[in-house]
Design a protein around this ligand. Structure first.
Ligand code: HSE
Length: 290
């Protein structure tokens, strides 16, 4: 049996819209084994137990890229990444399926090839890249060629995923964005994004706080998350910094110590008892065969 473990990922990180992504210590696994029928899938809702399943679709794409017949397969999913919450649940499916096919046929693909294939399926690299490599990745594309620059995140920084009990559709969160941006705003974003990468590397929370302030998507998307102002207030009362993870609804708080992270969880749970909250660290390894 082949088992693939994939970290959750948090894209955008404020000013890094569609470019930055961070792998965090919340994991899902998918196992692949021989089967006497073409396809069985367990561990997900019955509506996803068919050939439209994204893990299987990515597995098929991997087999096709390797020029192999798609084998009969049983896929067992153990998912801990909340779906449609901005934590890379689709990146998990895509990366697990591709790596499952790669492992099935002798692990011949490089991480660069996996990233290219995963980006073709997902449409953008900001989640799939850290899911494959771990750490903080800044990705960019020249035509179909995807490149990622990796940054180590100082372990002084702590991350708290505050996960509302409602989702935000990525489609809607993209459709509400303006279609144009001024040179002035572009200059603002570039300077802030470069500084933010350095701030993560240094573990400098004060610099994170000033550099992370986005003008490209958060001002619009925060309106889709009704509890954004309360979560921001709780985070800032505990000296943390908040950003919208991916297209939401998860809000990610960054703190510089354990106590502040745990206090944010306690305070959020008081106001929002139905939310999930996880104190996370940065995943440094990315997806692996276990
Ligand atoms: N960068 C994407 C967005 C991530 O914010 O729309 C969602 O998958």
């Amino acid at each position: 049996m082949i088992k693939i473990k994939v970290p959750a990922t948090s894209a955008n990180l404020g000013v890094g819209f569609d470019c930055m992504g961070l792998a965090v210590s919340l994991y899902s696994t998918a196992s692949f084994e021989k089967n006497d029928q073409p396809l069985s899938i367990i561990g997900c809702e019955p509506e996803y137990q068919n050939s439209d399943n994204l893990i299987y679709q990515a597995f098929v794409k991997g087999c096709q890229f390797l020029k192999q017949d798609v084998p009969n397969v049983k896929i067992t999913i153990d998912n801990h990444i909340p779906i449609s919450r901005g934590l890379g649940s689709s990146a998990f499916c895509i990366v697990a399926g591709l790596m499952g096919a790669n492992a099935w046929f002798g692990n011949t693909l490089t991480k660069e090839q996996l990233l290219d294939l995963a980006t073709q399926i997902e449409g953008h690299p900001d989640n799939v890249s850290p899911a494959i490599y771990g750490q903080l990745g800044v990705s960019f594309m020249n035509d179909a060629d995807v490149q990622t620059v990796h940054f180590e995140v100082d372990p002084k920084l702590h991350f708290v995923a505050l996960i509302p009990n409602y989702h935000v559709s990525t489609e809607k969160a993209r459709s509400i964005l303006p279609t144009e941006m001024s040179y002035q705003t572009a200059i603002y974003q570039i300077g802030h994004a470069v500084a933010l990468s350095k701030a993560f590397e240094l573990g400098d929370l004060a610099l994170v706080k000033t550099a992370i302030v986005d003008k490209m998507h958060e001002p619009f998307r925060s309106q889709l998350i009704p509890d954004y102002p309360s979560a921001k207030e709780i985070t800032e009362a505990n000296h943390g910094v908040l950003y919208i993870s991916g297209s939401g609804s998860t809000l990610m708080a960054i703190t510089k110590d354990d106590d502040a992270a745990d206090k944010i969880i306690t305070d959020v749970k008081k106001s929002f008892p139905n939310w999930e909250a996880h104190h996370l660290t940065v995943d440094t390894k990315g997806a692996r065969v276990i």
